[in-house]
Design a protein around this ligand. Structure first.
Ligand SMILES: *Cc1c(COP(=O)(O)O)cnc(C)c1O
Length: 394
């Protein structure tokens, strides 16, 4: 079996599992308890906080542990929105291809009277700093642009966007869930005020994440409760999960360059192989993309059928479309980069893991090619395309 859906989630690393189990066994106290049994857990928690902070070049007190990327995104947006409202600034800038944790929160904020500008994304899946600059107004309180897209893997010029925001006095948040642990991020150099991360995207446990908030920004708390996380997130901390998160992140960073080189070589080989399929196209920029991400559209087929048949052949992938949730709408990301509905329906995302081999890449090329050909052999759309009744787009 080839697990090629690492953008959806990653397997926990041995280091992360070992750390988690060790903490569960040896440090079962509540970090808020004052006796030593609890204080030991507090030490584990703070050690993890220092590790995570050091990796992104933040201060430990700038890290808030959350239940994952979605919570961190919600909290970041609520924080900036509230701070903005206090100054009479209620305009937010984002992009049309953010994760739903961002887009749905923005919809809520719109209902609450905020004005939201969603920037269009270019065909290559990237926005330019100039476009962000042009959209900034007197009443803009937040720019939120994801570091790397979860479907097509394209990497945004966040350092330049952050620089513009600094210059204009606008808070800059980035959803770095897909990027952290896979590409280098330094919140100082990259001019980031807030950043969201999720452990299960870098071989840590599911249900743990963190939000970085630059010192001086008043944090809005989503979960009322005790004084945990300095009153910024109530609830007893997931100590073992947080320790495993720090271990996974450190491991990912220690091996980042080596892993990126290995994976991106196989990624490029996979892209070259799949490009040979007639009427296919890579989605997103060819080089400014995550080392692990391959995303294609094949004309004349349904992504869902492709996934099922690939599953039969031991390849676990994703279409990156919302069809699995019962809706027939194609991916908002593919539509945002200008793919028309018919084409966006035939999408395939292969997100590779660090252990990917050349043989597996060859196996994927061979099998995707065969399955696409097979599905086209009885596709009515393909028949219309080949008979000239419909025009090929790709
Ligand atoms: C996975 C993901 C999230 C959500 O993270 P969870 O920890 O699953 O809540 C948010 N943003 C992006 C870009 C993601 O890939």
């Amino acid at each position: 079996m080839i697990y090629a859906d690492n953008a959806a989630t990653t397997k926990m690393s041995e280091t992360a599992i070992d750390t988690m189990v060790k903490v569960m066994k040896e440090t079962p106290g509540n970090p808020s308890s004052l006796y030593e049994f609890g204080q030991k857990a507090k030490e584990v928690l703070e050690e993890a906080r220092r590790t995570v902070a050091a990796v992104i070049n933040a201060a430990p007190e700038e890290i808030i542990f959350t239940s994952g990327g979605s919570e961190a995104d919600n909290q970041a947006l609520r924080t900036a929105a509230k701070a903005g409202a206090r100054k009479g600034k209620k305009h937010i800038i984002s992009t049309a291809f953010e994760h739903h944790a961002i887009l749905h929160t923005l919809n809520r904020l719109k209902e609450e009277g905020y004005d939201v500008t969603l920037l269009d994304v270019h065909e290559n899946g990237i926005i330019t700093p100039e476009e962000v600059e042009a959209a900034i107004r007197e009443d803009t309180c937040l720019v939120t642009v994801m570091t790397a897209n979860n479907e097509i893997g394209t990497i945004q010029p966040i350092r330049e966007i952050g620089e513009i925001c600094r210059k204009k006095g606008v808070t800059f948040h980035t959803d770095a869930v897909q990027a952290i642990g896979h590409i280098k991020i330094d919140v100082q150099q990259d001019n980031i005020d807030m950043l969201s991360a999720s452990a299960h995207k870098f071989h840590g446990p599911k249900g743990v994440g963190f939000l970085y908030v630059k010192k001086g920004i008043p944090v809005t708390n989503l979960i009322e409760g005790g004084a945990q996380e300095k009153g910024r997130r109530g609830g007893t901390e997931n100590v073992s999960g947080i320790a495993a998160t720090a271990a996974a992140l450190k491991e990912a960073y220690d091996n980042l360059e080596k892993n990126a080189e290995h994976i991106s070589k196989r990624r490029d080989k996979l892209i070259e192989g799949l490009k040979k399929i007639p009427h296919s196209a890579l989605n997103g920029d060819g080089t400014r993309r995550l080392p692990s991400n391959v995303n294609f559209c094949f004309e004349g087929i349904e992504g869902e059928s492709l996934l099922l048949l690939l599953d039969d052949r031991g390849i676990l992938a994703s279409s990156g479309s919302a069809c699995t949730s019962g809706s027939l709408d194609p991916s908002h990301v593919l539509l945002a980069i200008g793919r028309v509905h018919d084409v966006a329906h035939g999408s395939l995302r292969l997100s590779l893991g660090e252990d990917i081999t050349d043989e597996e890449v060859e196996y994927m090329i061979k099998n995707v090619t065969e399955v696409v050909e097979y599905l086209r052999s009885f596709s009515p759309i393909w028949r219309d395309l080949t008979s000239g009744k419909k025009q090929f787009i790709l």
